[in-house]
Design a protein around this ligand. Structure first.
Ligand SMILES: Nc1ncnc2c1ncn2[C@@H]1O[C@H](COP(=O)(O)OP(=O)(O)OP(=O)(O)O)[C@@H](O)[C@H]1O
Ligand SMILES: [Mg+2]
Length: 455
């Protein structure tokens, strides 16, 4: 592994040499003896950690030059971990330095063993902070509220999210499993004025029917056997915020009626209660079922469908997001390789081919899971199809004229058209010549050039 850089700023040459000697095994040491040389070295070497003696020339007995250097270092890169070296009994200076952004301080005379521990920790903290920043950058950088993707279909989705976040209109999100319905619902919540209030999820398909009603609407004490205390339901919990009704297609008919009432009146009644309770919650519902079909089959109420779907959003399946599959795969690889501290450089060409041609029934969730697994399984520097638990497939044909010069491409096309025309005209040369708009002699020349027999 490459050694990390440590800049030692001290005007005492003996001390510098001694420190370099003691630390060169662990770090790449850069030395400086005053403020100008320290700043030059810092700009050039970009060290993560600096040890700084406060007593620097021109006033080695004072501390002001040291502080001035600290200020400049912080102005240049405030992430740098500066360890102040100061005389014993100068605690005030040490604290003042901390106030200015120094990471730690150390008293002279230097105990090298102790200094090594402090340095090790400083480098470690610096590394952690760096990783944290990279992670944050990734999460906010090329993403829209944690969502990745740049294809036109997904850009349309971002645009809708931006528009509808500002309203309280109910939204119905449709899409195959794993297309990011919950992610979209959360994004809308975060971008709304309700963001500081709760985002409450209820999965209508995961809760047994007999419990679902009280889960949604709450119940009064004694409403049914086992209802020992009064309880608020999820709708009430979402007061001021957003209620996310997942798998709305699974909601039983009886509860569809009750939910419809809530959407119309913005009030609920707890199970076993008579009181009308006002609730202000924005409703976002999601389904991977075809609700139109459910309506035809009589298992989903039409009036509820129209109430929920004031705004209808349809998330495209992953296989329809051109170009995004690879972008997402790479982003997941980077994320999970980082989390697992594995040095993986990317995918093999075969893996990329497999990823591009796969049907992705489970959409983004499936892609994420397969990449997560591959990171754990991979033994080499690149992910193989087998690491993804995928079949190797024949590579997609390369765009034909790509990587060809103009002359070669022209000849290639000429030959192709010639062969097609001959086939079409059943090797009748006169017809083929007319077809191609050339004279018979020219046709002969072409056939000769491409080695096509004139039988
Ligand atoms: N555009 C995206 N960018 C990054 N990650 C995504 C994207 N879309 C989905 N994911 C991730 O894929 C996983 C599935 O997303 P989510 O739970 O929102 O899907 P869903 O449509 O609700 O799925 P299901 O129908 O299975 O409940 C999550 O881990 C989510 O973070
Ligand atoms: Mg979901």
């Amino acid at each position: 592994m490459k050694k990390q850089k440590l800049l030692i700023v001290d005007d005492d040459e003996d001390l510098r040499t001694q420190m370099k000697w003691a630390l060169a095994q662990d770090y790449e040491i850069v030395l400086a003896e005053d403020r100008p040389s320290a700043m030059a070295a810092m700009k050039k070497a970009q060290p993560a950690v600096i040890t700084l003696d406060l007593g620097l020339p021109p006033v080695p007995a004072g501390v002001e030059e040291g502080f001035a250097t600290l200020d400049e270092i912080m102005a240049e890169n405030s992430q740098t971990k500066v360890i102040i070296i100061t005389g014993r009994g100068e605690k005030e200076n040490a604290l003042r330095a901390i106030g200015k952004g120094a990471y730690d301080f150390f008293y002279k005379p230097i105990q090298l063993d102790e200094l090594k521990v402090v340095l090790g920790r400083a480098f470690y903290v610096s590394q952690l902070e760096h990783e944290q920043r990279m992670l944050q950058k990734r999460l906010s950088g090329d993403t829209f509220e944690g969502m990745l993707g740049t294809c036109p279909k997904i850009q349309d989705i971002y645009a809708i999210i931006r528009k509808v976040s500002g309203t309280d209109a109910p939204v119905l999100i449709m899409g195959e499993s794993g297309t990011g319905k919950e992610l979209v619902a959360r994004a809308m919540h975060r971008l709304s004025v309700r963001q500081a209030k709760p985002f409450i999820v209820i999965n209508c398909g995961a809760i047994p029917e007999n419990l679902l009603e009280s889960e949604l609407f709450g119940h009064e004490k004694g409403a049914f056997t086992g209802a020992h205390v009064q309880r608020k339901g999820r709708i009430e919990m979402a007061e001021g915020g957003t209620l996310f009704l997942d798998e709305i297609g699974e909601l039983p008919m009886l509860l569809q009626v009750k939910l419809l009432r809530f959407l119309q009146e913005h009030t609920i009644e707890r199970v076993g209660g008579r009181e009308q309770i006002d609730v202000d919650a924005r409703v976002v519902a999601a389904t991977n079922r075809d609700l139109k079909e459910a309506m035809r089959g009589g298992t989903f109420r039409e009036d509820l469908y129209f109430r929920l779907g004031v705004i209808l959003m349809s998330l495209p399946p992953l296989r329809e997001r051109e170009g995004d599959v690879i972008l997402l795969a790479k982003a997941f690889l980077e994320r999970y390789a980082g989390e697992n501290r594995k040095k993986i450089k990317g995918f093999t060409d075969q893996a990329l081919d497999s990823i591009m041609q796969y049907a992705w029934q489970g959409n983004v969730r499936e892609l994420e899971n397969r990449v997560k697994r591959a990171v754990i399984m991979a033994e080499g520097a690149k992910i193989l199809p087998a690491d993804l638990d995928m079949e190797e497939v024949a590579p997609l044909p390369k765009p034909k004229y790509e990587n060809m010069g103009l002359k070669e491409a022209r000849e290639c096309l000429e030959k192709e058209m010639l062969l097609k025309s001959l086939a079409r005209n059943k090797d009748n040369l006169t017809k083929a010549a007319t077809d191609l708009g050339v004279s018979r002699p020219t046709l002969y020349d072409m056939m000769e050039k491409f080695g096509i027999p004139k039988e």
